[in-house]
Design a protein around this ligand. Structure first.
Ligand SMILES: CC(C)(COP(=O)(O)OP(=O)(O)OC[C@H]1O[C@@H](n2cnc3c(N)ncnc32)[C@H](O)[C@@H]1OP(=O)(O)O)[C@@H](O)C(=O)NCCC(=O)NCCS
Length: 163
């Protein structure tokens, strides 16, 4: 496996979509977005911002943010299984949160499957809290947690850490 320092983070382009969609199907077998879903997202560049991690020309992770003020939504975030647990997902989420702040969003929102403790752990460690549990939201009747990060609180935590 390549070392983390060879992995680059850049904006997603139309040429990435087949690879992104392939990874999407692998990571979200029950809830994968169709390719057209990603195409539609990329086309809405006024409100959407998407990134990919690339390693030796191969897409190994991706994430997207939608900002319609005052709310920013994490549309998706995912890392290839071989690249999970190396701090890359946290870095990507931090970038989404930073971008939401730069675009003057007041809150960052996301939805996550109730049966995804890894992702929930990441979100909670970044300051997100559950504000609602949506029953049977996902295929198979799995509940969704709606999580929220108020950006003033996040900024306060960052200032505390830097003090
Ligand atoms: C969720 C995901 C994006 C996190 O990315 P990652 O690169 O693996 O995460 P990191 O290595 O940056 O770890 C960040 C934190 O996530 C949490 N975490 C990650 N994997 C975990 C696991 N298996 N169990 C519990 N917590 C886990 C931990 O809090 C971890 O922090 P720590 O390393 O300080 O303990 C990635 O695991 C993934 O793509 N999963 C499949 C797709 C998915 O579920 N996406 C989210 C949809 S809402």
């Amino acid at each position: 496996m390549s070392e983390a320092n060879q992995i680059t983070l850049r904006r997603m382009a139309a040429e990435d979509l087949l690879a992104v969609h392939e990874l999407e199907q692998q990571l979200f077998p029950e809830d994968a977005w169709p390719l057209a879903g990603f195409e539609s997202e990329l086309a809405q560049s006024d409100t959407r911002t998407y990134w990919v991690y690339e390693d030796a020309g191969r897409v190994v992770g991706y994430a997207g943010l939608c900002v319609v003020l005052p709310i920013a939504d994490v549309q998706t975030i995912a890392m290839h299984p071989d690249y999970q647990g190396r701090g890359l997902g946290r870095k990507l989420l931090a970038l989404l949160i930073q971008t939401a702040g730069e675009k003057n969003a007041l809150d960052v929102m996301l939805e996550v499957r109730f049966d995804n403790p890894g992702a929930i752990g990441l979100y909670e460690s970044m300051g997100f809290t559950t504000i609602h549990r949506r029953k049977g939201y996902y295929k198979g009747g799995v509940d969704a947690l709606i999580m929220r990060l108020p950006l003033d609180v996040q900024q306060g935590q960052e200032e505390e850490r830097n003090a």
